[in-house]
Design a binder for this molecule. Structure first.
Ligand SMILES: [Zn+2]
Ligand SMILES: [Zn+2]
Length: 170
């Protein structure tokens, strides 16, 4: 297990609940921590893509440009973007800090932190697997005969690991 970190990505952006904040703007700092497994990525079967800093930065930059009332919403969008781009995230943490959030008040910053762990246990073989639990999950892209899929849904709770899935894939 390894961790990739991008700390202190700074953006000037126009988020906030009040119209004022959406006009004046504010300084924001984003930290992203991604736990992954490099050896898995190195083996690189085509379901895996290597996590790179530039893409992580671009995802954050893109989401920061969209005016949003709550920074929690931005965090959720960044997480979605990461899952869309990378298949090998074990755990992701996104921290968004808003500097000087209350003008005229001595308060350095306010922040929100999102954390999600995607490691599950394969219900068939017991090995660990990554499941994103949404349309970004690798398991959604594997073609399994509908009849086989129905049988698997009935037999197992949740998705199977890659080798078990391969066993059933047509
Ligand atoms: Zn398995
Ligand atoms: Zn899945």
């Amino acid at each position: 297990m390894s961790q990739i970190a991008l700390e202190g990505m700074r953006f000037y952006a126009y988020h906030g609940f009040y119209e004022e904040e959406q006009i004046i703007g504010n300084n924001y700092v984003i930290d992203v921590f991604i736990k992954t497994n490099f050896s898995e990525a190195a083996e690189s079967d085509d379901l895996y893509k290597t996590i790179n800093y530039e893409t992580v930065y671009l995802i954050c930059q893109k989401e920061m440009k969209i005016k949003t009332k709550l920074i929690e919403t931005i965090g959720a969008r960044i997480l979605f973007g990461l899952k869309y781009q990378f298949d090998n995230i074990h755990e992701a943490t996104i921290k968004i800090t808003k500097e000087n959030p209350m003008p005229g008040v001595k308060l350095d910053s306010s922040s929100v932190q999102l954390n999600q762990n995607f490691i599950e246990q394969c219900p068939r073989c017991g090995n660990p697997l990554i499941c994103y639990k949404d349309e970004n999950c690798w398991c959604q892209k594997v073609k399994i005969h509908p009849q086989t899929q129905a049988m698997l849904d009935q037999k197992y709770d949740g998705c199977l690991c890659k080798s078990c899935t391969k066993y059933y894939a047509g």
